[in-house]
Design a protein around this ligand. Sequence first.
Ligand code: UDP
Length: 361
Amino acid sequence: MKITLIAGARPNFIKIAPIIKAIEKKQSEGEPISYRLVHTGQHYDKALSATFFEELNIPQPHINLEVKSGSQAEQTAAIMIAFEKELLTNPCDLVLVVGDVNSTMACAIVAKKLNTKVAHIEAGIRSGDLSMPEEINRIVTDSITDYFFTTSTWAGENLLKFGAPSSNIHFVGNVMIDTLLQNSGRISKPVFWDEYQLAEKNYILLTLHRPSNVDEEKSLIELLKGIDEMAGDKKIIFPIHPRTKAILGDQNLGLKNTYFVAPQGYLNFIYLIKNCLAVITDSGGISEETTVLGVPCFTMRTTTERPETISIGTNVLVGDSLQNLEKCFSEFLQNGIKNKGVPELWDGNASERILSILLLK
Ligand code: UDP
């Protein structure tokens, strides 16, 4: 079986790393399987791309389509045009896409139109919020997917409602957690740890990059000022995503507790999660990692496509108001976290399950 693996953006790299390991393991066991890794070039900044290849020992891509930035339509179209040429030159039995970025949807459409089977890892999750580009990517991708690999039974139920045949839905667990567990012994302090006098639980880790939080400069600044105020005697470590940095520029916001740092490599970032008092974020993937690590997480969004991080894990859906964040955070300071648990099959073996299923196809 010849598989083409698609990766385009930071969370994709983290998800494909264990899949490649699982493919290589099957190859070493003599299974007839090979892969071709296509990097679409959606994320091209070293801090969002090359660093992850180095740290997670991901082999160099066989090709980089180098699509870079653009509007939603420009980027999606550029990926489709470049990937169509790639797939015509290097046909395969299966195109495997992960997550919910533009590369996921664009390559799934190209593959299906060239009559190539599509497998989607992290299929079936839904926020119900069509103002998020990711939600559109999820719905379109799942509408043409052949093999659905899911992180929860809820995701499988969503797919059934949507008409997917149950025989093609496979609840396998979470590949992002495979990476987390495979690398937990390798995490390391970031270079600024001593300089900023960080210590276990004396800081809050903050990430914000969703358009709803960062695209409006005035409200972003108000949010950052409010969080800085709320932190009291805690520091805030804010690895700033290029999208957020482009909005704020180099202006001095006069924050007293907040330290702006570059986007972190995976091993430093997980170290920061593991040792912080709490995470404030608008990332979906990070709320999965905090769930498994048992770290309190406050999600600055009104919806989530990962409800198990709330019902089982440590995640609190705060909404987009600073007032509600303050309320939820002060409740946490008084009462601690509401619950702590690991969702079913988030055990580090999802990639191996996926490979075993694919080899039967
Ligand atoms: N991440 C990282 N460095 C950072 C911020 C995030 O390594 O500075 C990792 C994080 O641990 C998680 C992934 O990037 O594995 C989440 O990516 P992102 O928030 O961009 O995507 P989302 O999950 O929101 O789709």
